[in-house]
Design a protein around this ligand. Structure first.
Ligand SMILES: NC(=O)c1ccc[n+]([C@@H]2O[C@H](COP(=O)([O-])OP(=O)(O)OC[C@H]3O[C@@H](n4cnc5c(N)ncnc54)[C@H](O)[C@@H]3O)[C@@H](O)[C@H]2O)c1
Ligand SMILES: O=C[C@H](O)CS(=O)(=O)O
Length: 503
C-alpha cells in the first residue's frame, strides 16, 4: 500500500461520497488536509446490511503523521487567547447547526438509528459545544498567600497537550462532540479515531471545524480497521499527552496498559450494567414509559441502557403486563421510515450475539414474554424482547447486554433491590422509581455508580458530569469536569520580600 501523500493541497482533490444527498469526505484529515489513501474499507448501512461507501483505512504511519501535525500545532493553539478559541468554536458550532440535516441523515445511514433519535443526538452534541464554549472564558487559575511569608501561590490551568480521542459507534456524533469540544476548549490539539462502523459523522464534524477556521493540525482524524496497531503506536509516543476513550471496558483496560508506558493522562467512559429499580410506591405508568425509552433507545445499544429491570413484588405483575404490552407496540424499521421507534442493531455479529444470549436464557428456563428472534429480511433488525425468570448469575444479568432485550427481576425488599443493583463490576448509571423523594435520595446514595436517574430514564445533559465508577470508567464528560479533563494545574511559588515591602 502506498503511503499517504500529504502534499495534497488544502481541500483540492478531496474525495467525497454522497450520503442521503450530502457530500461527506472519505479521507483522513491530517495537518489541515483531507488525504485519500489507497487502502480503504467498506461502511455498511445496518438497515440494509449492504455496504454504501468506502473510506480511507489509515495505518500506524498515518496515525503518527496525524500526531506529528497535532504536536506541531499544540503550542500555538494552547497559547491562543481562550476567548479567541471560544470564538472559533462558536463559529464551528454555528456551521454545525446550519448543517444539521447532513449530520442527522448521515447518522441514520451509518448507525441505523431512527431519525428522531439522531435529531435528539444532534441537539445533545451541539449542547456540549455550547457548554464548552461557555466555560472557556472562565478557565482561570488562582493567586493567593502561601502558608508562610515570602511568597505567593500562583496557579494556572494549562492544556495537557496533544490528545488521542477514541470514539465508539453507538452515538457517533455525541461521542465525538463530547470529547472534541472539551479538548479544543482546553487548548489541546487532537487526533480523533472514529469507530470503523461510523466514520462519516465524525468527518462532518472535522469539516465544520476546518471550515470555521480552526488552524491546520489542531484537529486530525483517522479512520482505520487497525485500531490496535494505530493506538499502540500512538501511545508508545511520549509526545502524546492525553487519552480519552469511550468504548467497552475490555478495550479500555487494554488501552490503560498502553497508557501506562508514559503515564499518559487518561479518561475512560466504559461499559455499563444499569439497574432500573421500580419500588412498591412507584408511579407504574411513568416507570413503564421511562423503561421503554431507557431500554430500547438506539435498539438498546447505549451504555446507560436499563440492563436489569428490578421490580418490587407488590407492583411486578402490573409493571410486567403494561411494559410487555408497550414493547409489543414498538414500531421497528429503517431509520428514515415514518414513525419508526427502533432501528436495527449495528451488525450481524452483534445481532447474533444477542440472539444467542436470548436462546441460551430460554434454554436455561427463562420465560420469553415477547420478541426473541431476528426480524427476517435485509438489515440487522431484532425484535424488542422481554424476558423474566433469568438467573441473576447468568451472562444476561452480569454482562452488558447492549441490545433490545429487557430482563425483568422481582425482589421482596428495598434492601434486596440495592444489593442486587450493586452486585456488578460496572457502575455507570442506575434508575430509581419511587414517589418518596427522601427515599430516592437515601437509596440513590447507596447505589454504586456515577449517575442515578430518579423517576426518569434519560439523564444525559452537557451541564451534568457524565461517567461511571468501578469498571465503568475514569473521569467525567460534561459538567464542571469535562473541560478540566484536558487541563493540568500549574503552580508557581512566587517569591516576594514581605518585609521590605512594608510601608
Ligand atoms: N460510558 C460511556 O459514555 C459510553 C458511551 C458509549 C458507548 N460506551 C461503551 O462502548 C461499547 C460499545 O462501543 P464499541 O462496540 O465501539 O466498543 P469497542 O470498545 O469495541 O470500540 C470502541 C472504540 O475503540 C476502538 N478499538 C477497539 N479495539 C481497540 C484496540 N484494541 N485498540 C484501540 N482501539 C480499539 C474501536 O475501533 C472504537 O473506535 C459498550 O461497552 C458501551 O457501553 C460507553
Ligand atoms: O451510550 C452512551 C451515551 O453516552 C448515551 S447518552 O445519550 O449520553 O445517555
Amino acid at each position: 500500500m502506498t503511503e499517504a501523500t500529504l502534499e495534497a493541497p488544502r481541500g483540492v482533490g478531496r474525495r467525497t461520497t454522497r450520503i442521503h444527498g450530502h457530500d461527506v469526505p472519505t479521507g483522513i484529515h491530517i495537518g489541515g488536509r483531507w488525504v485519500d489513501l489507497d487502502a480503504t474499507f467498506e461502511v455498511t448501512d445496518p438497515a440494509t446490511g449492504s455496504a454504501f461507501a468506502m473510506v480511507s483505512d489509515a495505518s500506524e504511519t498515518e496515525a503518527l503523521q496525524a500526531l506529528d501535525a497535532a504536536v506541531n500545532a499544540q503550542h500555538a493553539w494552547g497559547s491562543l487567547n481562550p476567548r479567541r478559541r471560544a470564538r472559533l468554536l462558536r463559529d464551528a458550532h454555528d456551521l454545525v447547526r446550519e448543517r444539521a440535516d447532513a449530520f442527522i441523515d448521515v447518522m441514520v445511514v451509518e448507525s441505523g438509528k431512527p431519525r428522531a433519535e439522531a435529531a435528539a443526538e444532534f441537539e445533545l452534541s451541539v449542547g456540549f459545544f455550547e457548554w464548552a464554549i461557555e466555560q472557556v472564558g472562565h478557565l482561570h487559575g488562582d493567586f493567593g498567600p502561601g502558608s508562610n511569608p515570602g511568597y505567593r501561590v500562583v496557579t494556572s490551568l494549562q492544556p495537557i497537550g496533544p490528545s488521542l480521542l477514541i470514539t465508539p459507534w453507538n452515538f457517533p456524533m455525541l461521542m465525538g462532540a463530547r470529547k472534541m469540544s472539551a479538548a479544543l476548549a482546553a487548548g489541546c490539539t487532537l487526533v480523533v479515531k472514529s469507530a470503523q462502523q461510523t466514520p462519516f459523522t465524525i468527518a462532518l464534524l472535522v469539516q465544520a471545524l476546518q471550515d470555521a477556521g480552526v488552524p491546520d493540525g489542531v484537529v486530525n482524524l483517522i479512520h482505520t480497521t487497525r485500531s490496535d496497531t494505530a493506538s499502540t503506536a500512538l501511545l508508545a509516543d511520549r509526545r502524546l499527552k492525553k487519552l480519552s476513550f469511550t468504548g467497552s471496558t475490555a478495550v479500555g483496560a487494554h488501552l490503560l496498559t498502553l497508557a501506562a508506558q508514559h503515564i499518559t493522562h487518561s479518561s475512560m467512559e466504559l461499559g455499563g450494567n444499569a439497574p432500573f429499580i421500580v419500588l412498591d410506591d412507584a408511579d407504574v405508568d411513568l416507570a413503564v414509559r421511562e423503561a421503554v425509552v431507557c431500554k430500547f433507545r438506539n435498539a438498546g445499544q447505549a451504555c446507560v441502557a436499563a440492563n436489569r429491570i428490578i421490580l418490587h413484588r407488590d407492583i411486578a405483575d402490573e409493571f410486567t403486563a403494561k411494559f410487555t404490552a408497550a414493547v409489543e407496540t414498538l414500531k421497528v424499521g429503517p431509520g428514515f421510515a415514518d414513525g419508526v421507534q427502533m432501528g436495527p442493531m449495528i451488525s450481524a455479529q452483534q445481532r447474533q450475539r444477542i440472539d444467542q444470549l436470548v436462546r441460551g436464557a430460554v434454554a436455561e428456563g427463562a420465560e420469553l414474554l415477547t420478541g426473541g428472534k431476528a426480524v427476517p429480511g435485509e438489515g440487522f433488525f431484532y425484535e424488542p424482547t422481554v424476558l423474566r425468570g433469568v438467573d441473576r448469575s447468568s451472562r444476561l444479568s452480569c454482562g452488558e447486554l447492549f441490545g433490545p432485550v429487557a430482563v425483568l427481576y422481582t425482589v421482596d425488599s428495598v434492601a434486596e433491590a440495592i444489593e442486587f443493583a450493586n452486585d456488578t463490576e460496572y457502575g455507570l448509571s442506575a434508575y430509581l422509581f419511587t414517589r418518596d423523594i427522601s427515599r430516592a435520595v437515601r437509596i440513590g446514595e447507596e447505589l454504586e455508580c456515577g449517575m442515578v436517574g430518579v423517576n426518569r430514564g434519560i439523564m444525559a445533559d452537557p451541564v451534568a458530569p457524565f461517567g461511571g465508577t468501578k469498571a465503568s470508567g475514569l473521569g467525567r464528560e460534561g459538567g464542571d469536569q469535562g473541560v478540566k479533563e484536558f487541563l493540568e494545574a500549574h503552580y508557581i511559588a512566587l517569591t516576594i520580600d514581605d518585609e521590605r515591602a512594608q510601608w
